[in-house]
Structures are given as structure tokens and as C-alpha cells.
Design a protein around this ligand. Structure first.
Ligand code: PLP
Length: 237
């Protein structure tokens, strides 16, 4: 067993602290290569399928921003952690059913997946009842995949205009999940272009396999799960 003191701190890739340190270093280096300030890229640590005790390891390693893709899992895991660490922030990065809007109020700080009129209307109704809404990103289905959520790219401008003019919903940026079998760069470039022409510069794009590419194309949030927490068991259907 090598003397751990002989290695730089956080270099142990068997620990969450070590893998977080590596991801942070890769974010910094991708930002530098792109001529960007690394502080303009936020790391959303995606803890789905892992329990609260695993999240605590990441929190103790300094991580404060987390993502979950299921409302029920987020509601079960995060309220107690947020009580212990009031500066934690939680983003919902998975699809949201309209009847679950009430469940995310006060639970998540940002929703990455606003993607249809019915959800926008449900959010407006919640706001009209006096609730404070999370920050909002619109998900774009850049690959036009039928099984995937998101606004088709050709409908993006009109949807964003409705959010602004019809519903006064403050959309802060865009999110995409490129098709698994395609190089992501064109999808990231498309998201950036839709953002540019709509005056939106917050972009949530890039996961464990492609976050450096996301940063090259302007990502301001990368959503990284398995590179930090390890590979996940398949989710129950
Ligand atoms: C799970 C998930 C991620 C993280 O995926 P990894 O490949 O494990 O980094 C990112 N975005 C969304 C929407 C996810 O559901």
C-alpha cells in the first residue's frame, strides 16, 4: 500500500472526493482550452440511484450543487440533507409531470426540463397560488428523438416567446441531452445557437462522457453523475 501522503490530495480515484477533484480539474482545463474562466462553469453532481450517505461524501468534499432526475427520489433524499447543509442547491434534471409541479416547490432551485405548454401552464398556476417557482431552463430535443423529452429545435423560438409573452415565465437558459449514438458537438452548437438568438446564455449541456466538449461549446452547467459516483445499476422500469 503506497503512502497516501506521497500523492497529491484528492488523487485517489477510488473515492468520491478523488473523482470529484478530477472532474473539477478537467472542467478547469477544458475551460482554459476554450479561453473561458472556469468559474463560469457550474458542476451539477448527479446523485440519482445513490443514497444520502453517498451524497454526504460529496458534500464533505465541498460539492454543493446536485441534480436528481426523479421527483420522488429527490423528495426522499434531499430535505434532510438541506437541513444539515442550508447552502446546498438542488436541480431537477429529469422530466416533470404536471401533477408533480406542487412537489418541486421549495424542493428544487432549478428545473432544467420545461418542455411543453401544459407544464408551463401548470407552473403559472402554481405561481398564481403564491408559490415561488424554481429557476427555469427549457429542454430542447436537439436530436428530434421521438422517445426523448424536449421542445423540437424548430419550435424553440416560438415556445420561448410564449413563455415570455403569454406566461411571463422567466426562462434563464436551455438544456439538451444529445442522442447517445451521435457525436455531441453539433447538438451543443445547436443549443448555443438557439440560446444566442433568444438572448439566453445559460446552457446546461454535457454529462460524464462529454462535459469537456460541452464546455468547449459554451456550457455554463455540466451534469455529471457516473464520473463522480460510479456506474449505476439499471433503474427499475
Ligand atoms: C443521469 C443524468 C445525467 C448524468 O449522466 P452521467 O452520464 O452519469 O454523467 C445527466 N443528465 C441527465 C438528464 C441525467 O438523467
Amino acid at each position: 500500500m503506497a503512502n497516501p501522503a506521497a500523492r497529491p490530495p484528492g488523487s485517489d480515484l477510488d473515492t468520491i472526493a478523488g473523482r470529484l477533484a478530477r472532474v473539477r480539474a478537467e472542467i478547469a482545463s477544458a475551460a482554459k482550452d476554450a479561453g473561458r474562466d472556469a468559474a463560469t462553469v457550474e458542476l451539477v453532481a448527479v446523485g440519482k440511484t445513490y443514497g444520502a450517505e453517498v451524497m454526504v461524501e460529496a458534500i464533505e468534499a465541498g460539492q454543493r450543487l446536485f441534480g436528481e432526475n426523479r421527483v420522488q427520489e429527490a423528495a426522499g433524499k434531499w430535505p434532510a440533507l438541506r437541513e444539515r447543509w442550508p447552502d446546498l442547491r438542488l436541480h431537477l434534471i429529469g422530466p416533470l409531470q404536471t401533477n408533480k409541479v406542487k412537489d418541486i416547490i421549495g424542493l428544487v432551485d432549478m428545473l432544467h426540463t420545461l418542455d411543453r405548454d401544459s407544464l408551463a401552464v401548470a407552473l403559472v398556476k402554481a405561481r398564481d397560488k403564491g408559490n415561488r417557482l424554481p429557476e427555469l431552463l427549457v429542454q430542447i430535443n436537439t436530436g428530434r428523438e421521438p422517445q426523448k423529452a424536449g421542445v423540437p429545435p424548430e419550435d424553440a423560438d416560438a415556445f420561448l416567446a410564449r413563455c415570455r409573452d403569454e406566461w411571463s415565465l422567466p426562462v434563464g437558459g436551455l438544456m439538451c441531452i444529445p442522442p447517445a449514438e451521435e457525436p455531441p458537438a453539433l447538438h451543443f452548437a445547436l443549443l448555443r445557437e438557439i440560446g444566442r438568438r433568444n438572448g439566453l446564455d445559460r446552457l446546461s449541456m454535457g454529462m460524464s462522457g462529454d462535459y469537456a466538449t460541452g464546455i468547449r461549446f459554451g456550457a455554463t452547467m455540466v451534469r455529471v453523475g457516473s464520473a463522480i459516483f460510479g456506474s449505476r445499476a439499471p433503474l427499475p422500469a
